[in-house]
Design a protein around this ligand. Structure first.
Ligand code: ADP
Ligand code: ZN
Length: 733
């Protein structure tokens, strides 16, 4: 007799292996790619069957049975499972955790692919007469009824209602009794299907755009392209045309955008031009909305999926085109848990699917530039701004001579005035929120520090607080020095201080500050941006939130208030990163008829970085950096992995990493550096350190990590130390 088949199940636990179970008894068989409920210790967990085998390493007497089969048919295809396995192997991360990261929350928790939901609908008789009657005596009922009338004939599901109203259950009952609202259980399809139309034609493509479309559009099979074009050069038009062609042949397109890039503007542009509603996947959605988009993509019904980082895991059976917009953006790399790069996984996916991938940027990463130089990637260049706008002029302001504590030098203040008088808008970019980055005592030089981090406290003036931007700790602002009692002073400028200075200097002008302090509530950010786009504010002050993707038609001046933040960075990527952020924010200036101007405030005007940037632009800086990296054997000329560790005791952190180093031993082909403390050694009460692995060949590095991981999981200190493996880190810590 045959032994019963064994299910190899991926379970969401931090261990790098599959777990063996007997099939659930008295249940339909579980196929590969289906979910099962399994006993795990004392818990019951949802897992996914990754394989079925005749054999098990577990002793037959200890082998448990799965409890139930959750999917009659496989939920995930072979291709979907391939991506999970690839991600787990490449990032040396437990497969069950990769699975959990890849699936929508409701699926991960074992819910149905198409859940049923409670839908509430205003009846056709409900109208303004009822609202008037309710308004005085039962305002809660009136509020609920208004919401449901506004929702129309489809009504609202309970989840969506939760997002709009609180405590709507109590007023619901009487509305049902009065026959004004009906309740029904229905399958939850949220996306009212819109019949695709032809979409609106765009501007005729210019020669460079046409060349790019012809290039990437003619690809058969896997073909990687860098679309290298300055801001406003018409990259999005190229994407649109390529997407249109893909959809016309019945295939699906996946577009990944940075977190900040997924604006209502962009979605609307896709919708209008392609005549369809893209399936969206991003962190601002409810679980149900995410599931809805995921399900439609999985079924092949959604021709276009647009999303942020985790959308790279969306099942797409008919994938025919992948686009990564702003490929240099750091938000594509997840910095905790499963530390994956969505951009790199997107490339792997396109390769597997045998389709073209277009990676667009005005400031391409050195990785991509190198791929173009000697890795078979094709570089498509859009050299000029479309629609005739001229590139902005860059000018340096020397803050060693022209300094102001509030960030507004004379030269910058003058320029703001000039541009506003000429009818333009100004954007002042300062990647530092709060009033001031430090509170110092002029008498004894004491600086207010965080008690849990090796960092300074930021002054927040509006609510009179000192806050740590690394751990969130806060305390009331001291008026006098805690050490010597002298009067303290806020040093340097954050966005709050700069805004104040502008208000004093330009009392008649409308000033909008956009940073995470002013846009905490949902929708505030979009509202502030929309208002800026309509030209309702004269001066915009903001952090990097403002630097990407947005189009402000009247903007003619960009001021980079503190350009020295990255000039002497410790990371080998400092130059690249800094040039990217300056060029990106500069790209906001002068996007239409009026020429733009960019002022860069630095205390080191003679630093060679500036002359290089002004004379040869991003390409010059990137070319230099690439040459340096090659000489020093840093990425992209070598491969890195970091082992990070953090613990309450400094000693534990180092002991763990020493143990790791010992396990590695003398590995030919991989250099091991460290352990060394992180640049900010203590953060939120934990000491952090790292071990850096450098290899010339990816194969050697991955071989080592594969051998190392089980040992780390079993290390006695692994319980007291938070540790992780970061493959291709973008930040050393
Ligand atoms: P990017 O994505 O590179 O920033 P966009 O595609 O958003 O650039 O284009 C910038 C602006 O130029 C948009 O307003 C767009 O409508 C316009 N534009 C793009 N291509 C053309 C073209 N071929 N002719 C005229 N205007 C164009
Ligand atoms: Zn702190």
């Amino acid at each position: 007799m045959n032994a019963p088949k064994i299910l190899k199940v991926a379970v969401n636990v931090p261990l790098s292996r599959l777990f063996d179970y007997r099939p659930p008894s008295g249940q339909p068989p579980a196929a590969i790619g289906a979910r099962v409920r399994v006993p795990f210790g004392r818990r019951k967990l949802t897992g996914v069957v990754m394989g079925i085998s005749d054999e098990s390493d577990v002793d037959a007497s200890k082998l448990k049975s799965a409890i139930e089969t959750l999917d009659a048919a496989p939920l995930l295809s072979d291709e979907d499972l391939w991506l999970i396995r690839f991600t787990s192997d490449y990032y040396h991360h437990p497969i069950g955790e990769v699975m959990a990261a890849a699936l929508p929350a409701l699926i991960r928790k074992g819910g149905a692919l198409t859940p049923t939901l409670e839908f509430l609908t205003a009846t056709s008789t409900a109208g303004s007469a009822d609202l008037d009657a309710l308004a005085k005596r039962a305002p809660k009922q009136a509020e609920l009824l208004t919401t449901l009338i506004d929702a129309g004939v489809d009504g609202l599901d309970s989840e969506s209602l939760n997002a709009i109203l609180q405590n709507w259950r109590r007023p619901l009952r009487p509305l049902i009794d009065k026959g004004l609202v009906t309740r029904a259980e229905r399958a939850a399809y949220l996306r009212t299907t819109v019949e695709p139309t032809d979409g609106m034609p765009g501007p005729p493509l210019n020669a460079a755009q046409q060349q790019a479309v012809d290039g990437a559009g003619s690809a058969t099979g896997f073909a990687p392209y860098l679309l290298d074009g300055v801001t406003g050069s018409g990259k999005t038009e190229v994407y649109l045309e390529l997407i249109r062609r893909t959809i016309d042949t019945g295939r699906q397109a996946l577009v990944l955008v940075p977190e900040i890039g997924l604006t209502p503007q962009l979605i609307e542009r896709f919708r209008l031009r392609l005549g369809l509603k893209p399936a969206l996947l991003h962190s601002g959605l409810t679980d149900l909305e995410r599931l809805d988009a995921w399900r439609e993509a999985r079924a092949g019904g959604a021709p276009l999926v647009v999303g942020t980082r985790s959308a790279v895991f969306t099942p797409l059976p008919k994938l025919g085109l992948v686009i990564v917009d702003e490929e240099h953006d750091a938000s594509f790399k997840q910095q905790e848990g499963l530390r994956y790069s969505a951009r790199d996984l997107a490339i792997a996916r396109a390769k597997r699917a045998g389709c073209p991938i277009v990676l667009g940027s005005a400031t391409p990463t050195l990785e991509l530039l190198r791929h173009c130089r000697d890795g078979g990637y094709t570089r498509l260049v859009l050299p000029e701004r479309a629609g005739g706008a001229r590139p902005p002029r860059l000018r340096i302001v020397d803050t060693s001579r022209d300094y102001s504590d509030d960030g507004l030098s004379n030269a910058l203040g003058e320029a703001v005035r000039r541009h506003l008088d000429a009818g333009g808008q100004a954007l002042l970019y300062l990647n530092r929120r709060g009033f001031a980055p430090a509170l110092v005592c002029p008498a004894c030089n004491h600086i207010a520090e965080c008690r849990r981090c090796d960092s300074r406290m930021t002054v927040h003036a509006a609510d009179r607080q000192l806050r740590c931007h690394h751990c969130g700790a806060g305390r009331p602002l001291d008026e006098v020095c805690s050490e010597c009692g002298a009067e303290v002073r806020a040093l340097g400028a954050g966005t709050e201080r700069l805004e104040e200075a502008l208000k004093t200097r330009f009392p008649q002008r409308r000033i909008a500050r956009i940073d995470s302090d002013t846009t905490q509530r949902k929708g505030e950010m979009d509202a502030a941006l929309a208002s800026a786009q309509l030209g309702r504010s004269d001066i915009l002050v903001g952090t990097q939130m403002l630097s990407k993707g947005h189009h402000f038609p009247k903007l003619t001046l960009v001021g980079i208030v503190n350009a020295d933040q990255g000039l002497f960075g410790t990371d080998f990527r400092s130059d690249e990163r800094m040039a990217q952020s300056i060029v990106q924010v500069a790209g906001r200036a002068g996007r239409e008829e009026s020429a733009g101007e960019v002022l860069i405030q630095t205390a080191f005007p003679r630093h060679p970085f500036w002359s290089r940037l002004i004379e040869s632009g991003y390409a010059g800086i990137a070319g230099d950096a690439l040459a340096e990296r090659e000489k020093a054997n840093w990425p992209p000329y070598s491969r890195l992995a970091l082992i990070r560790a953090a613990a309450h005791k400094h000693r534990d952190t180092h002991a763990f990493l020493e143990a790791a180093r010992h396990m590695i031993g003398d590995d030919a082909g991989v250099r091991v550096l460290g352990p060394v403390d992180a640049v900010m050694a203590r953060r939120a009460g934990r000491y952090r350190a790292q071990l850096l692995l450098v290899a010339n060949e990816r194969r050697l590095l991955h071989g080592l990590l594969r051998r190392l991981r089980p040992g780390l999981e079993d290390a006695p200190l692994a319980r007291r130390v938070r540790w992780s493996i970061d493959v291709d880190p973008i930040e050393l810590y």
